[in-house]
Design a protein. Structure first.
Length: 462
């Protein structure tokens, strides 16, 4: 059934019908569409805009429709133009003429943005939960690795020793910000648009606050033109999702590097790896690679909507129907990526020995030698110069700094004493960095405590 046949003499071209239809995409919002319609019809009845008995019939009919769709007793008719046409059409088929009153004081323009906001409110909360699960796994792994020494890198060159816990907790900070960004997005999204009509509200004495309350919105939108043509909330969501994927992608890149033969820092579980059809020895980190590539896809979804919206004059234009496919694609992609990634991290094996061994080459304790000299009275710049020469010497002799004899040390500076060996020990290098944010056991324990508190505070608010 078409919602707008009256003005037309001829039917729509078959191709145009298909081209115009959005039901294949928006059918997933059927619950929200029905929920929104129930609230709208209640309000129409309460305000005396339609008879109370008709409002009740509509409500009962919609509740029944939802039940039948949820149970699979009936299916959405995919030849309808969109989910709104389907809902109204089948409701009228169920309850007769009362169904034709449902669209009083409403347009699909305010209806569609209401549905999308309701749908997002729930999906964004699901993604927050996915991220919380990931944070819990990171906290667990961080606790297991507070003493696992590994090289920290800059420019992909070994820099200073850190702990694996410290490294994992860096990502937990990113995901904390991601959760906060989504919560902030939800805050702005929390404005109820129904009542804006096609663009200029309506002449009926509607009660928008009532509808907002029924549907659990904090506020109502303030300008009807903006209300029906605003998709900022969808763009903000896509931006948040893109940043999440950027974080997952960086992490994936490290996972891929860490499980190479050359690094061998971790081993992914069989469950989260795949093999090669030709090379029997292969165990590939496909999950991490797919997360890395799906990041591009989510960025593309963001670009799609930004571009769709950039030339649209006020108010609603059909261009905006293209908002959902990219948004849903991004939501599904991110949700599946986080879940799979979490399982991969949870089941990986950490090769503590390989990490520590790797720290021994590459002079990761060179800064600590310079700091030792500074503590004996040298300026940092002179100490830096001396240790630079020591590194050159060690490269020539194929030795680590800690392998030098005390005489060799003293040949570079008389300030070196027996306690230099303790100072260049990797554990000392890590534990001496005990300021907030650092890699030492006390510092990472504090970070873990803050992470656990964060996880609990978000969970308690839900
Ligand atoms: N399917 C449409 C969409 O998703 C619903 C709004 C249609 N409004 C209209 N004036 N044709 O945007």
């Amino acid at each position: 059934m078409k919602l707008w046949g009256g003005r037309f003499k001829e039917g729509t071209n078959k191709l145009v019908n298909d081209f115009n239809s959005s039901i294949n995409v928006d059918c997933r919002m059927y619950k929200e569409d029905i929920k929104g319609s129930i609230a709208h019809s209640k309000m129409l009845g309460k305000q005396g805009i339609i008879p109370k008995e008709s409002a009740k019939k509509i409500e009962d009919g919609l509740v029944e429709l939802l039940k039948r769709l949820n149970s699979g007793a009936i299916e959405i008719d995919l030849t309808s133009e969109d989910i709104h046409s389907f809902t109204e059409g089948i409701l009228t088929y169920y309850i007769g003429d009362s169904g034709k009153m449902l669209h009083t004081a409403r347009s699909r323009n305010d209806q569609v943005t209401l549905d999308l906001k309701l749908y997002l409110k729930s999906y964004i909360n699901d993604i927050i939960n996915d991220l919380l699960n990931l944070e819990e796994v990171l906290s667990l792994k961080a606790k297991e690795n507070t003493k696992t020494i590994m090289p920290g890198y800059t420019h992909m060159q070994k820099a200073q020793p850190i702990t694996f816990s410290h490294h994992l907790l860096a990502y937990s900070e990113m995901f904390k910000r991601d959760i906060k960004r989504l919560l902030d997005d939800l805050e702005r999204l929390d404005e109820m648009p129904l009542g804006s009509g096609a663009l200029a509200t309506s002449t009926y004495p509607i009660d928008r606050e009532f509808v907002a309350k029924e549907l659990g919105f904090k506020n109502i939108t303030l300008n009807s033109l903006d209300s029906v043509s605003d998709r900022d909330y969808a763009i903000e969501t896509l931006s948040c999702l893109s940043i999440i994927m950027m974080h997952l992608s960086r992490f994936s890149e490290e996972i891929i590097i860490w499980c190479t033969n050359e690094f061998n820092f971790i081993e992914l579980s069989d469950e989260y790896s795949t093999g090669s059809s030709i090379m029997p020895q292969k165990k590939n980190p496909d999950v991490a690679e797919l997360v890395r590539s799906k990041t591009g896809r989510v960025y593309g979804d963001l670009m799609t909507l930004l571009t769709v919206m950039k030339g649209i004059p006020l108010a609603y234009n059909k261009d905006m129907q293209e908002d959902k496919e990219c948004l849903f694609d991004a939501l599904d992609t991110v949700s599946l990526s986080i879940k799979t990634f979490t399982g991969m991290i949870n089941t990986m094996k950490v090769n503590k020995e390989a990490m520590k061994l790797s720290c021994k080459s590459g002079f990761t304790n060179a800064t600590d030698v310079a700091d030792y000299l500074v503590k004996s009275g040298l300026t940092f710049r002179s100490a830096h110069e001396i240790v630079g020469e020591m590194v050159l010497y060690c490269i020539d002799k194929n030795k680590g700094i800690e392998d030098l004899t005390l005489e060799e040390f003293k040949s570079f500076s008389k300030e070196f004493k027996e306690d230099i060996y303790k100072a260049v020990d990797l554990l000392t290098c890590v534990e001496e960095r005990s300021v907030v944010g650092g890699p030492s056991t006390s510092s990472v324990n504090f970070q873990i405590k803050m992470l656990d508190e964060f996880i609990n505070s978000i969970k308690n608010k839900q």
